[in-house]
Design a protein around this ligand. Structure first.
Ligand code: B3K
Ligand code: ZN
Length: 868
């Protein structure tokens, strides 16, 4: 397959100001007629190239006359009109598609009994012939015609112009939609089906009243209020914080069972994976409720950052995604706890993005080439992209950043922009009153082009006489595929000094921009020992820090740092040290005793008022970051080490944990977001005590599975999962029995079953795939079982390679029907080079197995990158 390069970008030589689509849904197919008003943008004559995939061409008509077959050529992916008119003309193309046999879940496809669409990034070409690139913006008018009983609901973007039965055939009806905002084809959407509607209303600041409609399958209506409330919160927040209002009279969300990712921001017609809509506290965990709130907000925020201002080409993907993730992160932080949200985001960045950035699929936030764009909807584009925006925010401060945002929106509204457009607007807006920027903008932009996680190394010198702490700081970004050497970046480093009574003096923001530089902190108390250093506060840059920190210093920061993120980080450093020592079979007993004491104090002092934050401090670092810290990654050993440490702590801290559990129980029933910290602490306590063999706790956990709180039920299942006991099987069984009729929740059961370590684990997983309730066409179900396998170290990493082999076979089969889902999952093999020889070879064999199969372009691209 061809490589697309950023350097080859050329504007499209035609404009298409208007498109009329006529969509006629028949029993076995859909007939699509598209009328495009086309305006040549150049005076020179060029052919008109349109994309088209799996379309059955019927006719082509220009200005009312049929186009003869020798005037165009048609391949499996393109339609080329050799000599289109040089003056504006109307091009009408009629074709047919078969959504009923479309298993890729791109373009138009059937899910349960409805028809739905997914066009980003390049799905519109599966609906009709079109340039299908984001810099072609058109006004769409869409007529949908279908059977009235099978498809009572007919939706597309914009405003409903009319709806009613067809005069010629009263069994059929039509709806006409008009979207006044020019948009790229990837934001087009269409839904037809028998859906139930739940409504809400929102009044914007300027007085526009907006009808909010959520469409779900029959029977799912009771689970819609959380998503609708979330939408209203998002609308309010965007008005208040960014001054951005909604711009149409209605906003639709449709919940779909078969969906490749989380959700899609189509203009005024968001389409959501049903697991991100249907929720209440009985059937969703606290974490899921928060996630749904944030995804609903994310898709809503795209209306400005993505839809009103879109991307010139797909290399600019982070322009909308990084920015919109930054916006949804800020939203959640404002609504809940800033500290906890930042910690969750940092932890997720470390365990997913850092992992990606140190492996074979590492790529810059702004890649320079790709084969399949679907492979670039990554944590680097999204989460690292958001970190870049956050660094700008840190460097400029809230007010100046917002001035930049306002200028960006004003200047680029209605256009398809680039990341440079964004960066320059931010800088210009931030300096509108003649201020200096304070850093080099071009150098900052290296963050977009350089892949890899920068390492910042800090060496400290303490002048006790003068009270000066000098830091020798160097930065280094390791080589990544295609980028052997790197230039220094602009790195904001937030610092403070912590004494025995807390922070001394103000926080300082240092801008690193050299390979090495020295930073002095003066006028500190003249004492023999240097004060503790709180560094990269709030995780002010997405880097890894190399600095010698003593256990004493970490413990002091853990107790006293006034930045909760740095405080948590101090604890993480100790956890890492302890876990890695155990993994080397050299358990650091004295350190373990000291940490246990510190944890005991945290519980008993009651000094920590936010239970969610307390739960963060008790959370151990993720498997991915520990693997990255090992010379030779050993997932199995680490898996055992987690369990053994939990078990040790469960015994060691038994009394304080019982005490904590007792306190937490008081708030079990509190409605989300209240009580979530206590429920988190309960889960933690259960898992430590269960690992320690506490039978009472096991009983309590089993009961929770049948209780009123999904958060507690899932915490219970997680606590029991690693422990081989009857209660575990009992709990899984009751969970299944309780939720077997609710596919969204049953996916959780599939995931739990698949990730439970059992000696016949692989056999069990095979049975799950044959389970009558397993739907092989639902990506959620596939991810549940195969994702479960990948997170089941003893089974997946079995030394005979059986886990890898089975995974490869499954992915080859899935790739035939759904390349997007397969190419994402195939990355479970990307770490193979970091393992010990025997495991490495076994994984390599699985990659070879994939490589020699017939693969989609998507999966082929990833597999090729993974091969040595
Ligand atoms: N923009 C979509 C993702 C589309 C993925 C296409 N393969 C969801 C989002 O980021 O909001
Ligand atoms: Zn997005």
């Amino acid at each position: 397959t061809a490589t697309t390069r950023l350097a080859d970008y050329r504007p499209y030589p035609f404009q298409i100001p208007n498109i009329e689509l006529d969509v006629v849904v028949e029993e076995q197919h859909i007939a699509i007629s598209s009328s495009m008003q086309i305006e040549p943008a150049l005076t020179t004559k060029v052919p008109l190239v349109l994309q088209g995939l799996n379309l059955e061409l019927d006719s082509i008509v220009i200005n009312g006359s049929s186009v003869p077959t020798d005037a165009y050529s048609l391949s499996s992916s393109e339609l080329v009109l050799h000599q289109p008119p040089i003056h504006p003309f109307e091009l009408k193309i009629i074709c047919r598609i078969d959504p009923f046999n479309n298993t890729s879940l791109e373009g138009l496809y059937a899910s349960e009994s409805m028809l739905t669409s997914q066009c980003e990034a390049e799905g519109f070409r599966r609906i009709c012939f079109h340039p299908d690139r984001p810099d072609v913006l058109s006004r769409y008018r869409v007529r949908i015609e279908a059977d009235r009983t099978r498809y009572p609901v007919l939706l597309s973007n914009g405003n409903l112009v009319s709806k009613g039965p067809l005069a010629k055939d009263p069994m059929r009806h039509e709806a006409i939609w008009d979207d006044p905002y020019p948009k790229p084809a990837y934001l087009f959407a269409l839904v037809a089906g028998a859906l139930q509607e739940v409504q809400a209303h929102f009044k914007t600041t300027s007085g526009r009243s907006v009808l909010l409609r959520l469409h779900v399958e029959n029977g799912d209506e009771p689970y819609t209020s959380h998503a609708l409330d979330s939408l209203k919160k998002a609308m309010t927040w965007d008005e208040k914080v960014y001054g951005l209002e909604y711009d149409l009279d209605e906003y639709n969300i449709v919940a779909v069972r078969h969906f490749n990712m989380g959700a899609m921001e189509n203009k005024s017609l968001n389409i959501f994976n049903s697991k991100l809509v249907l929720a209440d506290s009985e059937c969703a965990t606290d974490g899921e409720l928060e996630r749904i709130e944030s995804v609903v907000a994310h898709e809503y925020f795209h209306n400005w950052t993505g839809n009103r201002i879109t991307c010139r080409d797909w290399f600019q993907l982070s322009l909308k995604e990084g920015l919109t993730v930054f916006r949804d992160q800020s939203f959640t932080a404002d609504l809940h706890s800033k500290a906890v949200k930042r910690i969750e985001d940092v932890s997720m960045l470390r365990n997913t993005q850092f992992r990606e950035d140190s492996g074979p699929t590492s790529h810059p936030v702004k890649p320079s080439e790709y084969k399949a764009i679907d492979n670039f909807y990554t944590t680097t584009i999204y989460e690292k992209g958001a970190e870049l925006i956050r660094m700008l925010h840190t460097l400029l401060g809230q007010q100046r950043f917002m001035a930049g945002m306002a200028l960006y929106v004003q200047r680029f509204d209605g256009t398809a922009a680039t990341t440079e457009d964004f960066i320059h607007s931010i800088a210009e807006g931030a300096c509108a009153n003649g201020e200096q920027l304070g850093f080099d903008l071009d150098q900052f932009q290296r963050w977009y082009h350089q892949s890899g996680t920068p390492q910042v190394c800090v060496k400290r010198h303490w002048d006790s006489q003068g009270g000066t702490l000098t830091l020798e700081v160097s930065q280094f970004t390791p080589p990544t595929p295609g980028q052997p050497s790197k230039a220094p970046l602009v790195i904001p480093m937030a610092l403070a000094v912590i004494g025995p009574n807390g922070r001394i003096g103000e926080e300082k923001l240092v801008v690193l921009d050299q390979d090495t530089q020295s930073v002095s902190l003066r006028d500190l108390p003249r004492q023999a020992k240097p004060p503790a250093l709180s560094i990269f506060r709030r995780f002010s840059a997405p880097i890894t820090l190399q600095m010698d920190v003593s256990v004493d210093e970490s413990l002091q920061l853990l107790a006293l740092d006034d930045d909760p993120v740095a405080r948590w980080e101090a604890g993480q450093r100790l956890w890492r040290k302890i876990l890695l020592a155990r993994a080397r079979k050299q358990a650091d007993k004295p350190l373990e005793e000291r940490l246990a004491l510190a944890l005991n104090q945290l519980i008993t002092s009651g000094g920590e008022s936010d239970p969610s934050f307390l739960a963060m401090l008790f959370g151990m670092p993720g498997l991915a970051e520990l693997e990255a810290a090992q010379d030779v990654a050993d997932p199995l050993m680490l898996y055992q080490v987690y369990q053994s440490l939990k078990s040790w702590l469960g015994v060691k801290l038994s009394d304080p944990l019982q005490n904590l559990l007792e306190r937490s129980r008081l708030n079990w029933g509190a409605q989300w977001p209240a009580g979530q910290g206590e429920r988190m602490l309960t889960g933690l306590t259960w898992s430590w005590l269960a690992a320690a063999g506490d039978c009472e706790v096991r009983k309590e956990a089993v009961e929770a599975v049948n209780g009123p709180s999904m958060s507690l039920a899932r915490a219970a299942l997680r606590a029991l999962q690693p422990v081989e006991c009857n209660e575990r099987d009992e709990a899984l069984k009751s969970f299944y029995e309780r939720w077997q009729d609710r596919p969204v929740i049953l996916d959780t059961w599939f995931a739990l079953e698949a990730s439970t370590p059992r000696s016949d684990g692989l056999e069990q997983i095979k049975q799950l795939l044959d389970h009558p309730r397993f739907d092989p066409m639902a990506p959620n179900a596939i991810r549940a079982v195969l994702g479960g396998l990948a997170s089941n170290p003893p089974v997946f990493h079995a030394i005979d390679g059986s886990g890898y082999n089975f995974m490869a076979d499954q992915l080859i089969a899935i790739d035939q029907r759904n390349p997007i889902t397969a190419s994402r999952m195939v990355k479970v093999f990307s770490r193979w080079q970091t393992y010990a020889p025997s495991r490495k070879e076994a994984m390599h064999r699985a990659i070879d197995q994939l490589a020699s199969a017939e693969l989609s372009a998507n999966t082929r691209e990833v597999v090729t990158l993974m091969q040595p």
